[in-house]
Design a protein around this ligand. Structure first.
Ligand code: MRU
Length: 345
C-alpha cells in the first residue's frame, strides 16, 4: 500500500504529491511549521490526509516545547497550532485533527510533560490507523451500491493518496473490485492541479484497476452516451444538511448526473461532517493562486498578463446527492436526520 504519510523518528514523512507520478520523492517535515507549509503547498492534500498530517504536526510541535508545567506547555502548543490551522480553509479534517490533539492534551494534564508528549505522539498514530480502518469500513458499505460490470466516474483524487491509505471514493471502488466485481473507472483530469490525471490514474494503475482518463469537459458526453453507471467522489466538508464541499468541478458533474439519472455518491468519514455548519453556503471556499490556472505543470499557457479565477472547491447541494457513504453506514435523504444519526452512533 502507498505510504502517503508516515511518522518516523522525529519527522513526518510525506510523499510529494506535487511531483507524482513522474517522480516518487519524499518530503521530511521536522517541525509543525514545515507540516503547515507542506499542507499549504499541497505536498500532502486530500481532506483525511491533511487531518492525519496535521495531528502528526501537532505532535512534532509538542516535542519541541520546553516547559516544566502543563499551563506553559499547553499555551505554547496552542500558539504553535495557529499557523497550522490556517494552512488550508475548506477541509474540516484539518481543524478536526488539531482539536482532537488539543483535547487529548487537556485530558492528560495530570501526566508529566514527557508522558504527555508520548501520549500525543500515540494519539496521532491512532488517528492514522483509524483513518485506514474507516476507509475500509466505508468501502464495505459503499461497494454494495456498485453493480458488477459498472463504469464509475470519479473527480479529483479521493484515494490512498488523499488519506492514510485505501481511500474514500477510490476505497469504494477498491472494495467493489475486492468483492470480485468488474469495474471500469473514468477519471476526470481535474484542472488545474490535475489530481485526477496525475494521482488517481497512477494509483489505480498501480493496483491494476482499469482506468481511463477524460478531460473535465468530457463527462457530459460519456453520461449522455450511457457510458457511466455511477459517480463516486470524496468530500472536504459536509454541512449538517448534506451539502458537500469538494474539488472544483464536482457540482458540474452532479448536475450532469442528475440530468442523466445516474446515481451520485459521496464517500467521506464521519470526521468530514461538520454539524456546526447548517448548509453549504457557510463553508469557506479556498481561493488559490491564479498562477495554478494560467500555467500547466509550471509552464505558462496564457498570454503574459492574463488574469484567472481559482476557487479550489465548490458546493454540491444535497438534492443532487443520491447517498453519502460513511464509515458508520450509508446516509440517505433527509440528510439533516441521517447524518446526525450516524454522527452520534
Ligand atoms: O485540493 P485537494 O487536492 O486537497 O482536494 C481534494 C479533494 O477535493 C478530495 O476530493 C477530498 O479532499 C476528499 S479526499 C478523500
Amino acid at each position: 500500500m502507498i505510504k502517503t504519510v508516515e511518522y518516523l523518528d522525529g519527522k513526518v514523512r510525506l510523499i510529494d504529491q506535487t511531483r507524482l507520478p513522474l517522480e516518487k520523492v519524499y518530503v521530511d517535515c521536522k517541525t509543525i511549521d514545515e507540516v503547515a507549509n507542506a499542507i499549504k503547498t499541497m505536498v500532502v492534500r486530500g481532506a483525511p490526509a491533511i487531518g492525519v498530517s496535521a495531528a502528526m504536526g501537532v505532535s512534532l510541535g509538542a516535542e519541541s516545547i520546553e516547559a516544566d508545567n502543563f499551563d506553559t506547555f499547553y499555551s505554547q502548543l496552542e500558539d504553535q497550532c495557529l499557523t497550522l490551522a490556517k494552512s488550508r480553509p475548506t477541509a474540516v479534517n484539518l481543524v478536526w485533527g488539531i482539536e482532537r490533539m488539543k483535547c487529548v492534551a487537556r485530558e492528560s494534564k495530570h501526566l508529566s510533560i514527557c508522558e504527555l508528549k508520548n501520549k500525543l505522539k500515540q494519539e496521532s498514530l491512532d488517528i492514522c490507523k483509524e483513518d485506514i480502518e474507516s476507509n475500509m469500513a466505508m468501502g464495505n458499505f459503499g461497494q454494495t451500491l456498485i453493480s458488477d460490470g459498472s463504469t464509475v466516474l470519479t473527480h479529483c483524487n479521493a484515494g490512498a493518496l488523499a488519506t492514510a491509505g485505501f481511500g474514500t471514493a477510490l476505497g469504494v471502488i477498491r472494495a467493489a473490485v475486492n468483492a470480485g466485481k468488474r469495474i471500469q473507472v473514468l477519471a476526470d483530469e481535474t484542472r488545474p492541479f490535475l489530481q485526477g490525471a496525475r494521482l488517481t490514474v497512477w494509483e489505480l494503475m498501480e493496483d491494476k484497476i482499469p482506468v481511463k482518463l477524460i478531460t473535465d469537459n468530457m463527462s457530459g458526453f460519456f453520461m449522455k452516451n450511457k457510458k457511466v453507471d455511477a459517480v463516486v467522489v470524496g468530500a472536504d466538508r459536509i454541512a449538517a444538511n448534506g451539502d458537500v464541499a469538494n474539488k472544483i468541478g464536482t457540482y458540474m458533474v452532479a448536475v450532469l448526473a442528475q440530468k442523466h439519472q445516474i446515481p451520485f455518491y459521496v464517500a467521506a468519514p464521519i470526521s468530514t461532517i461538520d454539524l456546526s455548519i447548517s448548509s453549504g453556503e457557510k463553508i469557506p471556499i479556498e481561493e488559490r493562486s491564479e498562477d495554478e490556472v494560467t500555467s500547466l505543470n509550471n509552464k505558462r499557457i496564457t498570454p503574459e498578463g492574463a488574469t484567472a479565477a481559482h476557487p479550489a472547491f465548490d458546493i454540491t447541494p444535497n438534492d443532487l446527492i443520491t447517498a453519502i457513504i460513511t464509515d458508520r453506514g450509508i446516509a440517505k435523504p433527509q440528510y439533516t436526520k441521517s447524518l446526525k444519526y450516524l454522527s452520534k452512533k
